[in-house]
Design a protein around this ligand. Structure first.
Ligand code: GLC
Length: 441
């Protein structure tokens, strides 16, 4: 083992002042204005469970699941309301379909769930006094939100409610933008439903608003609405989509890090709602890589399923999540307990960190040697995770090489090497380009 570590810290000091070179998304440096209807300290306390949970299941379920042509079918195919609403007479999922969702989520290593209680189509899964266009008063004849809550609780999952402000069914849903009487009625309706969701299902983890067309936050009276929510649910987490920042930001279909809490939501194919023709499935490896990237940058990953009308999960999603679950059985501990990790650069590996330990997640296995450039701390020891078999390593001024590894990937999704360092691991790849000794022309 060549553990030579020349005094390079002074050399790297200059280089460290240069911006880090990274193939991955840059950290943004937006000031954290904090939640609008709470304080940052209170937010930090409320968010602890969510930040440890890290990985959640999003569920897009609605009348669009009957059509199986994406959740935007009503608008994108120009389906008249009178025609579309007939789907409510057919939509009758198997009793307790949500139990299967919750079990799958748990076995995939997910810790929380967020289900659409009303999507843009306007149909409500919950028992609402404010409209008959809801599951208990249509073919289903029962409260599907209550079933979902029961299922999540049975598996020990935290749960949240997605709720779309935009509504393609409500008569005031568009004219509210130009007609004050309509706005008053519609905002009362929306606030009334949010009140029902926050009053009738026990302790709710997350309120996940979506699309705030066509009103401004003032028009929605978002601040007033969220104060009501916090009165009913003092510990709830509220996302930013009612037009005010609140507790967390929601990058969609891409991963972007923020200094304040964030959650990337993504689909497994290209659709949120069931879309029988969409075969553009991500591989389990891509899903795991995304989860690692979110973990590295201290964000959450909310991964979607779009069940069919009877509530069954598309087999491709089950397959993907089953493989992800096998990986999580071995590595979930690293995901749920990670600290933010500054180390990013590699074309075949990604990184997470716990204190002074760096975890090298190698998803494209290079063979017997795994080399990482630009680490600025001394490596004390390395071992496989899990298992703990020691890994030999050589470190010089520019790189660490983990050597004597198997030729083929021990874990085809991502093999993990745990690396103990003498301080919090950081990387400066640019220093290599600038300072590495050059030979003659
Ligand atoms: C978008 C879409 C919607 C989906 C949501 C999830 O806003 O309109 O269909 O529910 O993203 O983030």
């Amino acid at each position: 083992m060549l553990n030579s570590f020349p005094s390079r810290r002074s050399l790297l000091k200059t280089a460290a002042a240069l911006p880090a070179l990274s193939a991955a998304a840059a950290q943004t440096a937006k000031p954290d204005t904090g939640p609008t209807t709470s304080t940052i300290q209170d937010r930090d306390r409320r968010m602890q469970w969510w930040q440890q949970d890290r990985f959640g299941m999003f569920i897009h379920f609605g009348l669009y699941s009957v059509l199986g042509q994406h959740e935007w079918a009503m608008e994108e195919e120009g389906i008249p309301v009178a025609e579309y609403q007939l789907l409510a007479k057919q939509f009758n999922p198997k009793p307790h379909a949500a139990r299967v969702w919750a079990k799958l989520a748990k076995s995939a290593g997910m810790k929380y769930m967020v289900m659409t209680t009303k999507h843009h189509e306007g149909f409500c899964h919950f028992n609402t006094k404010l409209t008959d266009y809801c599951a208990p008063k249509q073919a289903a004849g029962r409260d599907l939100v209550a079933e979902y809550v029961e299922a999540a609780q049975a598996e020990g999952m935290h749960f949240g409610f997605y709720y779309s402000l935009m509504d393609w069914h409500h008569p005031d849903g568009a004219r509210c933008a130009t007609d004050e009487a309509a706005r008053r009625r519609f905002v009362d309706y929306i606030h009334g439903q949010v009140n029902e969701l926050c009053s009738n299902y026990g302790k709710v983890g997350v309120l996940w608003y979506d699309v705030n067309w066509p009103l401004s936050p003032e028009g929605w009276e978002s601040e007033k609405m969220n104060r009501m929510v916090r009165q009913l649910q003092p510990d709830i987490l509220i996302n930013n989509r009612a037009g005010i920042p609140e507790d967390f930001t929601t990058p969609e279909q891409h991963i972007q890090a923020y200094d304040s809490p964030w959650e990337a939501c993504m689909t497994m194919n290209d659709s949120w709602g069931f879309n029988r023709g969409d075969d553009n499935w991500k591989s389990p490896k891509t899903v795991v890589r995304n989860l690692i990237t979110c973990t590295r940058d201290k964000g959450n990953y909310l991964l979607n399923i779009g069940p069919e009308a009877d509530g069954s999960i598309p087999p491709q999603s089950v397959e993907i999540l089953t493989s992800v679950g096998k990986w999580m059985d071995n590595h979930g501990d690293l995901i749920h307990t990670a600290d933010r990790c500054q180390v990013k650069s590699s074309e075949f590996a990604n990184f997470t960190r716990q204190g002074k330990t760096l975890f090298v997640h190698t998803y494209f296995w290079p063979g017997q040697t795994v080399a990482i450039g630009g680490l600025q701390q001394k490596v004390l020891s390395a071992r496989m995770h899990p298992g703990g078999q020691p890994v030999k390593f050589e470190q010089d001024e520019w790189r660490v090489k983990f050597v004597g590894l198997p030729q083929t990937a021990p874990d085809p999704i991502a093999t993990v090497i745990a690396v103990e360092m003498d301080a919090e691991p950081t990387q400066d790849q640019r220093a290599i380009r600038v300072n590495r000794k050059r030979e003659s022309v």
